[in-house]
Design a protein around this ligand. Structure first.
Ligand SMILES: [Zn+2]
Length: 124
């Protein structure tokens, strides 16, 4: 007795392609792990892209993202020398290879956001 049903192919293929194109992946340059998506914007109240200089004199070209699923934060939040007024920051490392990718900025009552170093990412 054969009552095999014909397999229905998912019609989501087209949609997936569209999503990929409209919101490209941004990955860790060192290991290729997915870090965030290009359209994952941070809050409107902060600049989306800037070059910053840290107290040690290094400058970083940083882009702001609302989420970064491929990052993990380490250490305590620090409010000194923050590039975004009133925001405290933590170091953000790649979840996969621990490369320093940027910082997460936090402020109570506001959404967190991520400032990621453009030269350490691909697809930006
Ligand atoms: Zn990595």
């Amino acid at each position: 007795m054969e009552s095999e049903q014909s397999m229905t192919l998912p019609s989501a293929q087209h949609q997936e392609k569209f999503q990929e194109k409209s919101d490209p992946a941004i990955c860790c340059r060192a290991c290729g792990q997915l870090v965030t998506r290009r359209n994952c914007n941070g809050p409107d109240t902060v600049d989306s892209e800037r070059t910053f200089r840290n107290p040690a004199g290094y400058s970083f070209h940083v882009k702001v993202f609302g989420e970064a699923e491929g990052c993990r934060v380490v250490g305590e939040a620090v409010s000194e020398a923050s590039w975004f007024p009133d925001y405290a920051w933590r170091l953000a490392l790649c979840r996969e290879c621990d490369t320093h990718l940027g910082w997460r900025f936090e402020k109570s009552g506001h959404s967190d956001f991520w400032g990621l170093i453009v030269t350490r990412l691909t697809g930006v």
